[in-house]
Structure formats: C-alpha cells, structure tokens
Design a protein around this ligand. Structure first.
Ligand code: AMP
Ligand code: GLY
Length: 427
C-alpha cells in the first residue's frame, strides 16, 4: 500500500491541504474532523485519525497550524527521520514572537512599520503617545489572529496596552507588547514555499480580517478571501519577494535557521512601497482555501521538495479565480458557541444540492449526537469556496452556496471580494 501523507490539524486549511494532496496519495488528517473524510474518487481518499502520528508511517508530514510548529513538533518528527513541511521551533519564532519577527526584519533590511517592544507599561504608554493615529497594539505571543488592536482612538489604545501588559487580556501572550505605526494601503497575503534557502511563490490572496461588512468589528482569524489579486502580477510578485522575503530568508540562513515550510508574508501595499505587517510560519487560513484550488502543480510533489530541501518544480496556477466565505459560529470571535445543528449539507459534508465549482471545507464541525449530520464545534465553522473563470462569477457562486447552508447564529460577511469583483467587471 502507498504510504499516506499526514496533515496535522483540524481546520479548513487542513481540509483544503488534504483534498489537494489526495490527488497523489492517501491522506490521513490528525486529528482532522469527520466532515473531511472522502472516499477515493479521482485519486485517493482522505481519512482521519487520532494518531499517534509515527504509527501511520507517513511518507510526508504537513503541519498546518502555528501552535505545534512553535512547540517544536517539526523538530521532534525530523528527529524520528520523517520528512516534514514546517519550520522547527527556531524558524517558527517568526510567528511565535512578533518581537523576534520585528528584530529579524530590521536585521534583514525588510521594510516594516516603525515599532517599539515593551514589557513595562510606563515606557509603552510614553512611546504610544509619540505615535500618530491609527494606533496599533499587538500581543507578542500567539493569539489566533485576535491579539491586534488597530484604532484611531488614543484612549482605547491606552486601555488596550494596560490590559495586555496587566495579563488580563491574552495572559502570557500579552506580557510583551509591540506598538507600531499604522500602515495605510491595500493588504495582501503572499504565500511562499521555502526549502531552507530557495523561495518559490505560490500566489497572492486577499484575506478579510474583520468580522463585519465594510471592515467593521473586531479582528478575527479571517472571514473570507479571494485570489488572484488584480495588480499582483508576476512582476509585482518578483519585486515583493526581492524586497520582503529573500532578505529575510538570507538573515535566517545567517542565523543557522533551516526553514523548510511555508512563509506567509502579510504585506501592506503603501504609497511608499510594500511593507511587511507580519510573517506567519504556515499557510494562511482561509487563504489556503482559495490558493489550494487554483494550484495546477502537484501539491504533494511541491511539498515533498520543500521538506527535502530541494525545491525545483515550478508553480503553475489555473487561470480560474477563487472566492471563499467563512461561516462563523454565534459569538465568534470572543465567545463562540458550540452545538448548533447545520442544515443544507449532505452526508458527505458537501452541499446537499451540489453547485458547480463549489467545495465546502470543514473548519469547526463534528458529527451530531446521534452520529448523523454535523454540528458547530468551533469559531469558524465552514469555509465555502467557489472557483469560476472570473472573480465575479466565483463570488456569485460562493454566495449561492452560502444561501443553502444554515445554523442558528450563523455569521458571515456579505462583501467578500465585492470591491475586487466590481473592479474586474465595472457595471
Ligand atoms: P497581524 O496579526 O499582525 O497580522 O495583524 C492583524 C491585522 O491587523 C492585519 O492583517 C492588519 O489588517 C492589521 N494590522 C496589523 N498591523 C498593522 C499596521 N501596522 N498597520 C495597519 N494595520 C495593521
Ligand atoms: N488568514 C490569516 C492567517 O492565516 O493568519
């Protein structure tokens, strides 16, 4: 039997990776969730397992989320002789500590927002008062995309610095804060493969971080995304890599960090040129749910080359556009409620009435108490992706699919990719 590829994680990103990889090998998601299982159709099937991981004898392990990377899972697996996609704990510090990331960006000469790093509240507030709005206050440690405040209100920023440093918000993750200059421009997530020394871009996508339409409400893990981004063509991607990514990889090499995984560059395209907002040490979620379906190159081959330190394949993208809409639980992001029953899905977890080009990725579901159907089991519940020849067609199809699905308290944005679709197709 062919050895499986193991994907570690349980969200929509891992579901998208699993489906992409199942074209080439059987895939086991650890721990995954029941909605991810597929029977072998075109290619191989996807199963789920509670582990242990090494008992599965994987040919390749792909680590999806940041926490296990920061905790050193990739190091432990490599020590067992496994081929792994994902940086060791040293490289994952890029995401695990914003202070470390900022230090490395400055060392590498990569453009980023002016910033200060603080553990002391008096010094932090003194620095904050030297900044102009918008004010940006971040926890140093991991906070699932929710540790960032961007506000025009100095009083709100002051209260946030105090709450983070007092340990009342985000506990240990907030014991160091980064305060930085607010950047203005269009945001872009560039996903890049890195084999330790060489980088190859996958593609750019735009994520919608705020909970509500028109970018209202709190920051979330991401409420939707689309790809491609108009204006980020080959020439721009090459410039972004040269200015923002390659110098960072060179700085890591100088520090002895052998980074084999995905570099997620969160960029702001400002009037002064691109600036790095952050680096993540993994694929984006929900960016993967739009980038994955656009990949024409064999994902398993690409990721194997990353893990082996020998990236040589070219990334080829399908010409289609992809749009995804996140369906989130009642109370997300501050206090998501579990247990609501989903309607509109078939027993396979996909749309009950299939629509062309639509895939449902399970981000936070489990099976119902009677073993039937699906119930809400996380903050982000489903990611509904549609691919089509144009962004506007993909967007219309994604929202047609969203209209089929329901659960009590369901939240979603109705403006994902709206501006980009209008630009593409001015009426
Ligand atoms: P991060 O977790 O660092 O990606 O921040 C989450 C979101 O906050 C980003 O995607 C931006 O939308 C916003 N953000 C973070 N830093 C800045 C900044 N310096 N200026 C403007 N917006 C920012
Ligand atoms: N979509 C934002 C992230 O993955 O961090």
């Amino acid at each position: 039997m062919t050895s499986p590829i193991v994907v570690v994680g349980q969200g929509g990103r891992e579901h998208a990776l699993a489906l992409g990889l199942s074209a080439s090998a059987p895939v086991v998601v650890v721990p995954g969730s029941p909605g991810m299982r597929t029977a072998p159709t075109a290619g191989f099937g996807v199963t789920i397992s509670a582990g242990p991981l090494s008992a599965l004898h994987p040919s390749l392990v792909v680590i999806g989320p940041e926490q296990p990377l920061v905790d050193g899972l990739a190091d432990a697996l490599r020590a067992e002789g496994l081929l792994v996609v994902g940086p060791g704990a040293d490289g994952a510090q890029l995401e695990g500590s914003k202070a470390f990331m900022k230090e490395l960006l400055v060392e590498a000469g990569v453009p980023t927002a002016r910033h200060g790093t603080f553990t002391d509240v008096t010094a932090a507030l003194e620095f904050l008062h030297t900044m102009a709005p918008p004010y940006v206050v971040k926890t140093d440690g991991l906070a699932a995309g929710k540790g960032v405040l961007v506000t025009m209100d100095l009083e709100e920023a002051t209260a946030d610095v105090e709450a983070k440093l007092a340990g009342t918000a985000f506990g240990q993750a907030g014991s160091t804060v980064v305060i930085e200059e607010g950047l203005v421009g269009e945001e872009c997530s560039l996903l890049v493969l890195c084999d330790g020394t060489k980088v190859v871009p996958l593609c750019a996508a735009q994520d919608f971080k705020r909970l509500g339409d028109g970018d209202a409400g709190p920051n979330t893990g991401g409420m939707g995304a689309y790809s491609p981004m108009a204006g980020i063509e080959a020439a721009t991607t090459a410039m972004l890599l040269e200015r923002c990514v390659t110098p960072l990889v060179e700085a890591m090499v100088r520090r002895g960090i052998d980074y084999r995984g995905v570099l997620y560059a969160g960029l702001m395209l400002t009037a002064e040129g691109p600036k790095v907002i952050e680096f993540n040490a993994r694929m984006g979620d929900p960016e993967t749910e739009v980038v994955g379906p656009r990949l024409a190159t064999d994902l398993a081959q690409l990721l194997t080359e990353v893990a082996e330190g020998n990236l040589r394949s070219e990334v080829v993208l399908r010409p289609e556009a992809a749009v995804c809409v996140v369906l989130a639980a009642k109370g997300y992001p501050s206090a998501p409620e579990r247990g609501a029953v989903l309607s509109g899905l078939g027993p396979d977890g996909q749309l009950g009435q299939p629509l062309e080009g639509v895939t449902i990725y399970h981000a936070g579901t489990t099976t119902g108490p009677d073993g039937q159907g699906f119930v809400v089991n996380g903050g982000r519940v489903l990611v509904v992706t549609a691919t089509a020849p144009t962004l506007s067609a993909a967007r219309a199809q994604a929202y047609a699919a969203v209209a089929q699905v329901h659960f009590e308290g369901m939240q979603f944005r109705s403006d994902i990719a709206a501006i980009a679709a209008d630009r593409e197709d001015p009426q």
